[in-house]
Design a protein around this ligand. Structure first.
Ligand code: UDX
Ligand code: ADP
Length: 479
Protein backbone atom coordinates (compact mmCIF):
# COMPACT_ATOMS: atom_id res chain seq x y z
CA UNK A 1 0.00 0.00 0.00
CA UNK A 2 1.68 3.26 -1.01
CA UNK A 3 1.79 5.99 1.62
CA UNK A 4 -0.99 8.57 1.20
CA UNK A 5 -0.70 10.53 4.43
CA UNK A 6 2.32 11.50 6.48
CA UNK A 7 2.32 13.11 9.90
CA UNK A 8 5.41 14.80 11.32
CA UNK A 9 5.50 15.44 15.06
CA UNK A 10 7.64 18.51 15.74
CA UNK A 11 7.65 21.64 13.54
CA UNK A 12 11.21 22.76 14.27
CA UNK A 13 14.41 23.24 12.27
CA UNK A 14 14.32 19.59 11.17
CA UNK A 15 10.60 18.73 10.85
CA UNK A 16 9.55 21.99 9.16
CA UNK A 17 12.01 22.16 6.24
CA UNK A 18 12.28 18.38 5.67
CA UNK A 19 8.50 17.90 5.46
CA UNK A 20 8.03 21.02 3.34
CA UNK A 21 10.45 19.65 0.76
CA UNK A 22 8.81 16.22 1.01
CA UNK A 23 5.40 17.79 0.31
CA UNK A 24 6.82 19.71 -2.65
CA UNK A 25 8.34 16.60 -4.18
CA UNK A 26 5.42 14.26 -3.38
CA UNK A 27 2.23 16.00 -4.53
CA UNK A 28 0.41 12.65 -4.22
CA UNK A 29 1.03 12.57 -0.44
CA UNK A 30 -0.64 14.77 2.19
CA UNK A 31 1.92 15.93 4.75
CA UNK A 32 0.72 17.35 8.07
CA UNK A 33 3.30 18.83 10.41
CA UNK A 34 2.05 19.06 13.99
CA UNK A 35 3.44 20.70 17.07
CA UNK A 36 2.23 21.21 20.60
CA UNK A 37 3.31 24.86 20.40
CA UNK A 38 0.35 26.90 19.13
CA UNK A 39 2.62 29.85 18.53
CA UNK A 40 4.96 27.85 16.30
CA UNK A 41 2.13 26.44 14.23
CA UNK A 42 0.57 29.90 13.88
CA UNK A 43 3.91 31.16 12.55
CA UNK A 44 4.17 28.28 10.06
CA UNK A 45 0.70 29.29 8.84
CA UNK A 46 1.65 32.98 8.58
CA UNK A 47 3.72 35.04 6.17
CA UNK A 48 6.66 35.12 8.62
CA UNK A 49 7.87 31.56 9.15
CA UNK A 50 9.33 30.71 12.58
CA UNK A 51 12.76 29.93 11.16
CA UNK A 52 14.93 31.74 8.65
CA UNK A 53 16.21 29.39 6.00
CA UNK A 54 17.10 30.54 2.46
CA UNK A 55 14.57 29.17 -0.06
CA UNK A 56 12.16 27.82 2.55
CA UNK A 57 9.51 30.53 2.07
CA UNK A 58 9.08 29.64 -1.60
CA UNK A 59 8.71 25.91 -0.87
CA UNK A 60 6.12 26.52 1.84
CA UNK A 61 4.24 29.01 -0.33
CA UNK A 62 4.02 26.45 -3.13
CA UNK A 63 2.64 23.59 -1.02
CA UNK A 64 0.87 25.02 2.02
CA UNK A 65 -2.88 24.39 1.79
CA UNK A 66 -2.32 22.04 -1.19
CA UNK A 67 -0.73 18.95 0.36
CA UNK A 68 1.20 20.58 3.22
CA UNK A 69 -0.56 21.49 6.46
CA UNK A 70 0.61 22.81 9.82
CA UNK A 71 -1.64 21.97 12.74
CA UNK A 72 -1.90 21.58 16.51
CA UNK A 73 -4.43 18.77 16.10
CA UNK A 74 -1.82 16.11 16.79
CA UNK A 75 -4.28 13.28 17.45
CA UNK A 76 -6.14 13.55 14.14
CA UNK A 77 -2.91 13.78 12.16
CA UNK A 78 -1.52 10.67 13.88
CA UNK A 79 -4.76 8.75 13.44
CA UNK A 80 -4.98 9.46 9.71
CA UNK A 81 -1.32 8.94 8.74
CA UNK A 82 0.24 5.67 7.63
CA UNK A 83 3.72 7.04 8.27
CA UNK A 84 4.69 9.20 11.27
CA UNK A 85 7.98 11.06 11.62
CA UNK A 86 9.16 11.91 15.12
CA UNK A 87 11.09 15.19 14.73
CA UNK A 88 10.97 16.54 18.25
CA UNK A 89 13.91 18.10 20.05
CA UNK A 90 16.43 15.96 21.94
CA UNK A 91 18.43 18.47 24.00
CA UNK A 92 21.28 17.52 26.30
CA UNK A 93 20.03 16.66 29.77
CA UNK A 94 20.41 19.52 32.26
CA UNK A 95 19.87 17.46 35.42
CA UNK A 96 19.96 13.93 36.79
CA UNK A 97 21.84 10.95 35.40
CA UNK A 98 23.94 11.88 32.38
CA UNK A 99 23.50 15.62 33.10
CA UNK A 100 25.32 17.77 30.55
CA UNK A 101 25.99 14.81 28.26
CA UNK A 102 23.16 12.37 27.66
CA UNK A 103 20.36 13.27 25.26
CA UNK A 104 17.10 14.03 27.02
CA UNK A 105 14.57 11.72 25.43
CA UNK A 106 11.52 13.05 27.25
CA UNK A 107 10.09 14.66 24.10
CA UNK A 108 10.65 11.50 22.04
CA UNK A 109 8.99 9.49 24.76
CA UNK A 110 6.09 11.99 24.90
CA UNK A 111 5.59 11.66 21.16
CA UNK A 112 5.73 7.84 21.35
CA UNK A 113 3.15 7.78 24.14
CA UNK A 114 0.89 10.09 22.16
CA UNK A 115 1.12 7.80 19.12
CA UNK A 116 0.35 4.73 21.26
CA UNK A 117 -2.67 6.42 22.80
CA UNK A 118 -4.40 7.35 19.55
CA UNK A 119 -3.11 5.14 16.74
CA UNK A 120 -5.11 2.21 15.44
CA UNK A 121 -4.11 -0.04 12.53
CA UNK A 122 -0.69 -0.33 10.88
CA UNK A 123 1.74 2.56 11.38
CA UNK A 124 5.32 3.10 10.34
CA UNK A 125 6.98 5.27 12.96
CA UNK A 126 10.16 6.97 11.78
CA UNK A 127 12.74 8.36 14.15
CA UNK A 128 14.14 11.53 12.57
CA UNK A 129 15.33 13.32 15.70
CA UNK A 130 18.94 12.67 16.68
CA UNK A 131 18.82 9.96 19.29
CA UNK A 132 21.28 7.74 21.13
CA UNK A 133 21.93 4.31 19.65
CA UNK A 134 19.13 1.90 20.59
CA UNK A 135 16.55 4.65 21.19
CA UNK A 136 14.33 3.04 18.55
CA UNK A 137 14.13 0.04 20.82
CA UNK A 138 12.77 2.24 23.65
CA UNK A 139 10.22 3.84 21.34
CA UNK A 140 9.10 0.42 20.18
CA UNK A 141 8.77 -0.80 23.76
CA UNK A 142 6.51 2.13 24.60
CA UNK A 143 4.43 1.63 21.48
CA UNK A 144 4.02 -2.11 21.91
CA UNK A 145 3.34 -1.92 25.65
CA UNK A 146 0.56 0.63 25.19
CA UNK A 147 -0.91 -0.18 21.84
CA UNK A 148 -4.60 -0.32 21.14
CA UNK A 149 -6.16 -3.48 19.76
CA UNK A 150 -5.41 -3.76 16.05
CA UNK A 151 -2.46 -1.35 16.17
CA UNK A 152 0.74 -2.68 14.66
CA UNK A 153 4.00 -0.75 14.45
CA UNK A 154 7.20 -0.82 12.50
CA UNK A 155 9.90 1.52 13.68
CA UNK A 156 12.53 2.92 11.34
CA UNK A 157 15.53 5.17 11.85
CA UNK A 158 15.89 7.85 9.17
CA UNK A 159 18.33 10.49 10.45
CA UNK A 160 18.38 13.95 8.93
CA UNK A 161 21.64 15.43 7.66
CA UNK A 162 20.53 18.92 6.62
CA UNK A 163 22.73 21.79 7.71
CA UNK A 164 21.09 25.08 8.62
CA UNK A 165 21.51 27.83 6.08
CA UNK A 166 21.69 25.29 3.23
CA UNK A 167 18.81 23.06 4.34
CA UNK A 168 16.70 23.28 1.18
CA UNK A 169 19.57 22.38 -1.11
CA UNK A 170 20.73 19.64 1.30
CA UNK A 171 17.23 18.16 1.25
CA UNK A 172 16.75 18.42 -2.50
CA UNK A 173 20.18 17.01 -3.32
CA UNK A 174 20.95 14.78 -0.36
CA UNK A 175 24.29 12.92 -0.57
CA UNK A 176 22.53 9.99 1.01
CA UNK A 177 19.30 9.01 2.71
CA UNK A 178 19.74 6.44 5.46
CA UNK A 179 16.94 4.11 6.43
CA UNK A 180 17.45 1.64 9.24
CA UNK A 181 14.93 -1.03 10.12
CA UNK A 182 14.39 -4.51 11.45
CA UNK A 183 15.64 -7.45 9.45
CA UNK A 184 12.20 -9.08 9.26
CA UNK A 185 9.75 -9.22 6.33
CA UNK A 186 7.63 -6.51 8.03
CA UNK A 187 10.70 -4.38 8.75
CA UNK A 188 11.91 -4.68 5.16
CA UNK A 189 8.43 -3.81 3.86
CA UNK A 190 8.42 -0.65 6.00
CA UNK A 191 11.89 0.31 4.70
CA UNK A 192 10.60 -0.19 1.18
CA UNK A 193 7.63 2.12 1.79
CA UNK A 194 9.75 4.94 3.20
CA UNK A 195 12.28 4.47 0.43
CA UNK A 196 9.43 4.87 -2.09
CA UNK A 197 8.64 8.29 -0.61
CA UNK A 198 12.25 9.48 -1.05
CA UNK A 199 12.48 7.97 -4.53
CA UNK A 200 10.12 10.75 -5.66
CA UNK A 201 13.27 12.89 -5.91
CA UNK A 202 16.34 11.07 -4.61
CA UNK A 203 18.06 8.52 -6.93
CA UNK A 204 17.68 4.98 -5.60
CA UNK A 205 21.47 4.60 -5.52
CA UNK A 206 21.68 7.26 -2.81
CA UNK A 207 19.16 5.57 -0.52
CA UNK A 208 21.09 3.33 1.83
CA UNK A 209 19.35 0.77 4.01
CA UNK A 210 20.85 -0.88 7.09
CA UNK A 211 19.99 -2.13 10.51
CA UNK A 212 18.42 0.32 12.95
CA UNK A 213 21.40 0.60 15.28
CA UNK A 214 23.85 1.27 12.44
CA UNK A 215 21.55 3.98 11.16
CA UNK A 216 21.32 5.63 14.59
CA UNK A 217 25.10 5.58 15.01
CA UNK A 218 25.55 6.83 11.44
CA UNK A 219 23.81 10.05 12.46
CA UNK A 220 26.21 10.75 15.32
CA UNK A 221 29.33 9.66 13.45
CA UNK A 222 29.47 12.26 10.62
CA UNK A 223 28.79 15.10 13.05
CA UNK A 224 31.60 13.82 15.27
CA UNK A 225 33.95 13.59 12.25
CA UNK A 226 33.05 17.08 10.98
CA UNK A 227 33.45 18.67 14.41
CA UNK A 228 36.73 16.81 14.80
CA UNK A 229 38.05 18.43 11.61
CA UNK A 230 37.15 21.88 12.91
CA UNK A 231 38.80 21.20 16.27
CA UNK A 232 41.87 19.88 14.46
CA UNK A 233 42.30 23.01 12.36
CA UNK A 234 41.46 25.20 15.35
CA UNK A 235 44.17 23.48 17.37
CA UNK A 236 46.63 24.32 14.59
CA UNK A 237 45.40 27.92 14.56
CA UNK A 238 46.93 28.30 18.03
CA UNK A 239 50.22 26.94 16.68
CA UNK A 240 50.03 29.38 13.75
CA UNK A 241 49.53 32.36 16.05
CA UNK A 242 52.55 31.28 18.10
CA UNK A 243 54.82 30.67 15.13
CA UNK A 244 53.84 33.09 12.39
CA UNK A 245 52.27 30.48 10.10
CA UNK A 246 48.89 31.29 8.54
CA UNK A 247 46.16 28.74 9.25
CA UNK A 248 44.37 29.45 5.94
CA UNK A 249 47.51 28.56 4.02
CA UNK A 250 47.94 25.41 6.09
CA UNK A 251 44.26 24.46 5.62
CA UNK A 252 44.57 24.99 1.88
CA UNK A 253 47.65 22.79 1.68
CA UNK A 254 46.08 20.07 3.82
CA UNK A 255 42.80 20.18 1.89
CA UNK A 256 44.59 19.68 -1.43
CA UNK A 257 45.33 16.13 -0.38
CA UNK A 258 42.47 14.42 -2.14
CA UNK A 259 42.23 11.87 0.66
CA UNK A 260 41.49 14.68 3.09
CA UNK A 261 39.55 17.23 1.00
CA UNK A 262 39.01 20.91 1.62
CA UNK A 263 35.66 21.11 3.42
CA UNK A 264 35.24 21.91 7.11
CA UNK A 265 38.78 23.20 7.51
CA UNK A 266 37.87 26.82 8.17
CA UNK A 267 39.42 27.82 11.48
CA UNK A 268 37.03 29.90 13.56
CA UNK A 269 36.12 31.16 16.99
CA UNK A 270 34.64 27.68 17.49
CA UNK A 271 31.79 25.54 16.20
CA UNK A 272 28.23 25.95 17.40
CA UNK A 273 24.79 24.72 16.41
CA UNK A 274 22.34 22.30 17.88
CA UNK A 275 24.09 19.15 16.66
CA UNK A 276 27.87 18.98 16.96
CA UNK A 277 28.29 19.44 20.68
CA UNK A 278 25.11 17.58 21.59
CA UNK A 279 25.91 14.60 19.39
CA UNK A 280 29.49 14.27 20.58
CA UNK A 281 28.47 14.56 24.23
CA UNK A 282 25.91 11.91 23.52
CA UNK A 283 28.57 9.69 21.94
CA UNK A 284 30.86 10.25 24.92
CA UNK A 285 28.09 9.29 27.30
CA UNK A 286 27.22 6.16 25.35
CA UNK A 287 30.89 5.11 25.36
CA UNK A 288 31.15 5.65 29.11
CA UNK A 289 28.01 3.59 29.66
CA UNK A 290 29.47 0.85 27.45
CA UNK A 291 32.65 0.88 29.54
CA UNK A 292 34.76 2.29 26.70
CA UNK A 293 36.52 5.12 28.58
CA UNK A 294 39.35 5.52 26.03
CA UNK A 295 36.87 6.08 23.21
CA UNK A 296 34.88 8.49 25.38
CA UNK A 297 38.04 10.49 26.20
CA UNK A 298 39.02 10.60 22.53
CA UNK A 299 35.78 12.28 21.45
CA UNK A 300 35.55 14.47 24.56
CA UNK A 301 38.77 16.13 23.40
CA UNK A 302 36.97 17.50 20.33
CA UNK A 303 34.59 19.40 22.65
CA UNK A 304 37.40 20.47 24.96
CA UNK A 305 39.35 21.91 22.03
CA UNK A 306 36.26 23.87 20.97
CA UNK A 307 35.91 25.32 24.49
CA UNK A 308 39.61 26.19 24.42
CA UNK A 309 39.19 28.01 21.11
CA UNK A 310 36.22 30.10 22.29
CA UNK A 311 38.00 30.94 25.54
CA UNK A 312 41.22 31.78 23.72
CA UNK A 313 39.36 34.24 21.49
CA UNK A 314 37.63 35.97 24.41
CA UNK A 315 40.90 36.18 26.33
CA UNK A 316 42.60 37.70 23.32
CA UNK A 317 39.99 40.47 23.32
CA UNK A 318 40.51 41.16 27.02
CA UNK A 319 44.30 41.01 26.91
CA UNK A 320 44.49 43.31 23.90
CA UNK A 321 42.26 45.86 25.60
CA UNK A 322 44.95 46.34 28.26
CA UNK A 323 43.73 43.40 30.34
CA UNK A 324 40.48 45.01 31.33
CA UNK A 325 37.17 45.45 29.61
CA UNK A 326 35.25 46.66 32.65
CA UNK A 327 33.03 49.51 31.52
CA UNK A 328 34.38 49.29 27.96
CA UNK A 329 32.02 49.26 24.99
CA UNK A 330 32.39 46.29 22.67
CA UNK A 331 30.39 45.60 19.51
CA UNK A 332 29.53 42.00 18.77
CA UNK A 333 28.92 41.55 15.06
CA UNK A 334 26.91 38.37 14.52
CA UNK A 335 25.13 36.28 17.09
CA UNK A 336 23.89 33.27 15.07
CA UNK A 337 26.03 30.12 15.20
CA UNK A 338 26.79 30.47 11.47
CA UNK A 339 25.67 32.68 8.59
CA UNK A 340 22.31 32.34 6.84
CA UNK A 341 20.43 31.20 9.91
CA UNK A 342 18.74 32.93 12.81
CA UNK A 343 19.53 29.98 15.09
CA UNK A 344 21.68 30.74 18.13
CA UNK A 345 21.85 27.31 19.75
CA UNK A 346 25.36 26.75 21.16
CA UNK A 347 26.53 29.83 19.25
CA UNK A 348 30.15 30.77 20.03
CA UNK A 349 28.87 34.38 20.25
CA UNK A 350 27.06 33.42 23.46
CA UNK A 351 30.28 32.09 24.97
CA UNK A 352 32.21 35.22 23.97
CA UNK A 353 29.43 37.53 25.20
CA UNK A 354 29.24 35.75 28.54
CA UNK A 355 33.00 36.04 29.16
CA UNK A 356 32.99 39.73 28.27
CA UNK A 357 29.89 40.42 30.38
CA UNK A 358 31.43 38.59 33.34
CA UNK A 359 34.34 41.01 33.00
CA UNK A 360 31.95 43.98 33.10
CA UNK A 361 32.01 44.97 29.42
CA UNK A 362 29.05 46.75 27.83
CA UNK A 363 27.95 44.95 24.69
CA UNK A 364 26.39 46.35 21.53
CA UNK A 365 25.07 43.43 19.53
CA UNK A 366 24.01 43.28 15.90
CA UNK A 367 22.89 40.25 13.89
CA UNK A 368 20.92 40.54 10.64
CA UNK A 369 18.61 37.60 11.39
CA UNK A 370 18.47 36.93 15.13
CA UNK A 371 15.55 38.55 16.99
CA UNK A 372 16.51 40.81 19.88
CA UNK A 373 14.23 38.79 22.20
CA UNK A 374 16.29 35.66 21.37
CA UNK A 375 19.58 37.42 22.18
CA UNK A 376 18.18 38.66 25.50
CA UNK A 377 16.82 35.21 26.27
CA UNK A 378 20.18 33.55 25.55
CA UNK A 379 22.20 35.97 27.67
CA UNK A 380 19.84 36.21 30.63
CA UNK A 381 19.06 32.49 30.84
CA UNK A 382 19.53 31.05 34.37
CA UNK A 383 22.33 28.81 33.02
CA UNK A 384 24.19 32.00 32.01
CA UNK A 385 23.67 34.34 34.92
CA UNK A 386 22.00 34.63 38.29
CA UNK A 387 21.72 38.40 37.80
CA UNK A 388 19.63 38.84 34.64
CA UNK A 389 18.77 42.48 35.40
CA UNK A 390 22.46 43.42 35.58
CA UNK A 391 23.10 41.65 32.29
CA UNK A 392 20.18 43.49 30.66
CA UNK A 393 21.71 46.79 31.69
CA UNK A 394 24.99 45.85 30.03
CA UNK A 395 23.48 44.93 26.65
CA UNK A 396 22.15 47.02 23.82
CA UNK A 397 20.80 45.28 20.73
CA UNK A 398 20.98 47.18 17.46
CA UNK A 399 19.24 46.83 14.13
CA UNK A 400 22.12 48.44 12.25
CA UNK A 401 25.85 47.62 12.28
CA UNK A 402 26.84 51.30 12.20
CA UNK A 403 24.94 52.26 15.35
CA UNK A 404 26.23 49.06 17.02
CA UNK A 405 29.84 50.05 16.38
CA UNK A 406 29.53 53.78 17.03
CA UNK A 407 31.55 54.85 20.07
CA UNK A 408 32.86 51.37 20.91
CA UNK A 409 36.42 50.43 21.85
CA UNK A 410 36.42 47.18 19.90
CA UNK A 411 34.52 45.00 17.46
CA UNK A 412 34.37 41.23 17.92
CA UNK A 413 33.11 39.48 14.80
CA UNK A 414 31.52 36.15 15.73
CA UNK A 415 29.45 35.14 12.67
CA UNK A 416 30.65 35.13 9.07
CA UNK A 417 27.66 37.02 7.55
CA UNK A 418 28.45 38.20 4.01
CA UNK A 419 27.25 41.72 4.78
CA UNK A 420 30.14 42.19 7.20
CA UNK A 421 32.54 41.98 4.26
CA UNK A 422 31.15 45.11 2.67
CA UNK A 423 30.64 47.46 5.59
CA UNK A 424 32.21 50.91 5.33
CA UNK A 425 35.03 50.32 7.81
CA UNK A 426 36.44 53.80 7.23
CA UNK A 427 33.19 55.26 8.53
CA UNK A 428 33.11 52.75 11.39
CA UNK A 429 36.67 53.67 12.36
CA UNK A 430 35.80 57.34 12.50
CA UNK A 431 33.01 56.67 14.97
CA UNK A 432 34.99 54.37 17.30
CA UNK A 433 37.08 55.09 20.38
CA UNK A 434 40.84 55.01 19.73
CA UNK A 435 42.82 52.85 19.58
CA UNK A 436 40.16 50.98 17.61
CA UNK A 437 40.31 47.18 17.66
CA UNK A 438 38.81 44.53 15.40
CA UNK A 439 38.84 40.88 16.49
CA UNK A 440 37.88 38.81 13.49
CA UNK A 441 36.69 35.48 14.90
CA UNK A 442 35.91 34.10 11.45
CA UNK A 443 38.96 35.27 9.51
CA UNK A 444 36.81 36.79 6.77
CA UNK A 445 37.68 40.49 6.71
CA UNK A 446 40.27 42.28 4.60
CA UNK A 447 42.84 42.69 7.35
CA UNK A 448 45.36 44.67 5.29
CA UNK A 449 42.70 47.21 4.46
CA UNK A 450 41.58 47.48 8.09
CA UNK A 451 45.14 48.00 9.27
CA UNK A 452 45.60 50.67 6.63
CA UNK A 453 42.53 52.45 7.96
CA UNK A 454 44.16 52.45 11.39
CA UNK A 455 42.54 49.51 13.18
CA UNK A 456 44.43 47.15 15.45
CA UNK A 457 43.39 43.80 14.00
CA UNK A 458 43.60 40.35 15.51
CA UNK A 459 42.26 37.18 14.01
CA UNK A 460 42.32 33.42 14.30
CA UNK A 461 45.43 31.52 13.23
CA UNK A 462 47.47 34.41 11.87
CA UNK A 463 49.68 37.05 13.41
CA UNK A 464 48.98 40.46 11.93
CA UNK A 465 51.25 43.42 11.68
CA UNK A 466 50.13 46.16 14.02
CA UNK A 467 49.60 49.67 12.69
CA UNK A 468 52.35 52.12 13.46
CA UNK A 469 50.85 53.76 16.49
CA UNK A 470 50.36 57.44 16.01
CA UNK A 471 50.61 59.52 19.14
CA UNK A 472 47.36 61.25 18.22
CA UNK A 473 45.09 58.20 18.15
CA UNK A 474 42.87 58.38 15.21
CA UNK A 475 44.76 59.40 12.14
CA UNK A 476 45.18 56.61 9.60
CA UNK A 477 48.38 54.61 9.72
CA UNK A 478 50.33 52.80 7.08
CA UNK A 479 50.74 49.04 7.12
C1 UDX B 1 25.55 20.09 11.15
C2 UDX B 1 25.88 19.06 10.06
O1 UDX B 1 26.67 19.71 9.05
C3 UDX B 1 24.58 18.50 9.48
O2 UDX B 1 24.88 17.49 8.52
C4 UDX B 1 23.74 17.91 10.61
O3 UDX B 1 22.50 17.41 10.11
C5 UDX B 1 23.49 18.96 11.68
O4 UDX B 1 24.74 19.49 12.15
P1 UDX B 1 24.78 22.62 11.21
O5 UDX B 1 25.09 22.55 12.66
O6 UDX B 1 23.45 23.17 10.80
O7 UDX B 1 24.88 21.18 10.54
O8 UDX B 1 25.88 23.54 10.49
P2 UDX B 1 27.39 23.28 9.96
O9 UDX B 1 27.50 23.92 8.64
O10 UDX B 1 27.80 21.88 10.06
O11 UDX B 1 28.26 24.18 10.98
C6 UDX B 1 28.37 23.86 12.35
C7 UDX B 1 29.33 24.82 13.04
O12 UDX B 1 30.67 24.63 12.60
C8 UDX B 1 29.02 26.30 12.76
O13 UDX B 1 29.19 27.04 13.95
C9 UDX B 1 30.06 26.69 11.73
O14 UDX B 1 30.35 28.07 11.73
C10 UDX B 1 31.24 25.86 12.20
N1 UDX B 1 32.24 25.60 11.13
C11 UDX B 1 31.88 24.90 10.02
C12 UDX B 1 33.56 26.03 11.30
O15 UDX B 1 33.90 26.66 12.32
N2 UDX B 1 34.48 25.74 10.32
C13 UDX B 1 34.15 25.04 9.20
O16 UDX B 1 35.05 24.81 8.36
C14 UDX B 1 32.81 24.60 9.05
P1 ADP C 1 15.04 20.45 15.90
O1 ADP C 1 16.20 21.38 15.62
O2 ADP C 1 15.50 19.07 16.31
O3 ADP C 1 14.03 20.43 14.81
P2 ADP C 1 13.36 22.24 17.47
O4 ADP C 1 13.48 22.61 18.89
O5 ADP C 1 13.58 23.28 16.42
O6 ADP C 1 14.34 20.99 17.24
O7 ADP C 1 11.91 21.63 17.19
C1 ADP C 1 11.32 20.59 17.91
C2 ADP C 1 9.81 20.86 18.00
O8 ADP C 1 9.19 19.70 18.56
C3 ADP C 1 9.43 22.03 18.91
O9 ADP C 1 8.69 22.98 18.15
C4 ADP C 1 8.56 21.39 20.02
O10 ADP C 1 7.47 22.21 20.41
C5 ADP C 1 8.07 20.14 19.31
N1 ADP C 1 7.64 19.06 20.23
C6 ADP C 1 8.34 18.50 21.25
N2 ADP C 1 7.63 17.50 21.84
C7 ADP C 1 6.45 17.41 21.15
C8 ADP C 1 5.29 16.57 21.25
N3 ADP C 1 5.22 15.58 22.16
N4 ADP C 1 4.27 16.78 20.40
C9 ADP C 1 4.35 17.76 19.47
N5 ADP C 1 5.40 18.58 19.31
C10 ADP C 1 6.46 18.41 20.13
Amino acid sequence: MPIKKICCIGAGYVGGPSCSVMAMKCPDITVTVVDKSRERIAQWNSEKLPIYEPGLDAVVRECRGRNLFFSTDIETAIREAELIFISVNTPTKTFGMGKGRAADLKYVEGAARMIASVAAGDKIVVEKSTVPVRAAESVLKILRANNKPGACYQILSNPEFLAEGTAIDDLLNADRVLIGGEDTPEGQAAIHELSWVYEHWIPRSRIVTMNTWSSELSKLAPNAFLAQRISSINSLSAVCEATGADVSEVAKAVGLDSRIGSKFLQASVGFGGSCFQKDILNLVYICECLNLPEVAAYWQQVIDMNEYQMTRFSEKVIQSLFNTVTGKQIALLGFAFKKNTGDTRESPAIHVAKTLLDEGARLHIYDPKVDSSQIMHDLTHPMMTDQPENVKNLIEIHSDPYTATNGVHAIALCTEWDEFLNLDYGKIYEGMMKPAYVFDGRKILDHKKLIKIGFHVQTIGKRLQRPLVNRLWGSPNQV
